[in-house]
Write a protein that binds this ligand. Structure first.
Ligand code: TRP
Length: 362
């Protein structure tokens, strides 16, 4: 069986370190490892519009930012098809057919949708498009016959819904679609990177993000202001690493090599944590280390970004070509879907002949 990797993001702003550890880093690794038949990464602008219908300009502006984030983080359009959801009309078509195979009450039980309805105060007035986005997401995945979907655990209900739809479609019309598997982030810290304020999650609406596009100065300003341990007032006070954002980030980003290069008096993070817990280690020293580590990570990303940024029309070109290539794949699946669903009227020459005979018996 072939291996097809597919994943996407809603383009509602530039990407931050939470996106990087949670998904982008993994995608680049997958891309470089090989061993797959196709890899698709797309911007889910149609999905973003389901709860931003009145703010299309935000989505439009985000496309180029997210594309620059993808490319500068190392996604390579030669190896990975980058495209924009709205440019694949076949997705809308498949969504329409899948909608016949799921009930309103099943959609109401989707836990991710439930939470989002609460978050957006949609309870009394749920837009139909928003309510149906899990079906549209099932189309995103199945149109490309994806087998492997790297995504966070909040996407598990979407994948479950997709697998149900695949089984339903295949048993009703014949085996065309493929059941996907989710590929979860590799560690707890990759699943949820806290914000610079120590709050549970890095998120644009909380204003606690370090963006991939932040300059070295911005990063240092944000690292200096990071939440640590409010009980660690004097250097000699014992400190807590749990709930301490600086240590959470060191968990997510530091390697033993970083210690050798930036802070050789410690072998590794465990030693640094021990010292912090016992007292005698100041926050500033930890923050400087983290700043060095983040810049080592972000410098090559910044460099690639400054190259890509010089030619913005070329970014759109890459996305246009990716969208064309994705559409070719999509058209192939849709042909199979239409055939299985008995709506390929003009392609079925035999059927036309049979009908000719039916209406004209000799
Ligand atoms: N729902 C995903 C998110 O909010 C984005 C998305 C849309 C997606 N379609 C997808 C992710 C298909 C994986 C596969 O981040």
């Amino acid at each position: 069986m072939s291996k097809i990797i597919l994943t996407g993001d809603r383009p509602t702003g530039k990407l931050h370190l939470g996106h990087y550890v949670g998904s982008l880093r993994r995608r680049v690794q997958l891309q470089e490892q090989g061993g797959y038949d196709r890899m698709f990464v797309f911007m889910a602008d149609v999905q973003a519009l389901t709860d931003n219908a009145d703010n299309p300009e935000k989505i439009r502006q985000s496309i180029v930012n997210v594309a620059l984030d993808y490319l500068s983080a190392g996604l390579d359009p030669e190896k990975c098809t980058l495209y924009i959801q709205s440019q694949i009309p076949e997705l809308t078509e498949l969504t329409t057919y899948l909608m016949n195979l799921v009930t309103v009450s099943r959609l109401q039980r989707n836990p991710t949708v439930k939470t989002e309805i609460k978050m957006r105060n949609f309870e009394a007035n749920i837009p139909v498009g928003f309510f149906c986005y899990p079906v549209s997401q099932a189309a995103d995945i199945t149109l490309f016959k994806a087998t492997t979907v790297p995504a966070g655990e909040d996407q598990e209900p979407m994948l479950e819904q997709t697998r149900e739809l695949v089984r339903r479609f295949n048993s009703t019309y014949g085996p065309v679609l493929v059941e996907p598997e989710i590929m979860l982030p590799e560690s707890a810290i990759a699943r949820r990177l806290p914000g610079t304020d120590g709050k549970e999650k890095m998120s644009k609406s909380l204003g606690n993000c370090i963006y991939l596009s932040d300059s070295a100065d911005e990063v240092w300003r944000k690292v200096k202001g990071m939440y640590t341990d409010p009980t660690h007032l004097q250097v000699n006070d014992p400190g807590h690493v749990e709930g301490n954002a600086v240590f959470a980030y060191l968990d997510a980003f530091s390697t033993p090599q970083d210690f050798q290069d930036f802070l050789p008096e410690y072998q590794n993070l465990d030693e640094l944590k021990d010292h912090y817990r016992h007292g005698g280690l100041g926050d500033m020293k930890c923050k400087k280390l983290l700043n060095n580590i983040l810049n080592r990570l972000l410098d090559p990303i910044r460099q690639r970004r400054s190259e890509y940024q010089k030619d913005i029309p070329e970014i759109y070109n890459i996305l246009r070509k990716g969208s064309e290539s994705a559409r070719e794949f999509a058209a192939q699946t849709m042909q199979e879907v239409r055939h299985a669903m008995r709506i390929d009227y003009f392609d079925d020459k035999e059927f036309i002949q049979e009908q000719q005979k039916l209406f004209n018996p000799e």
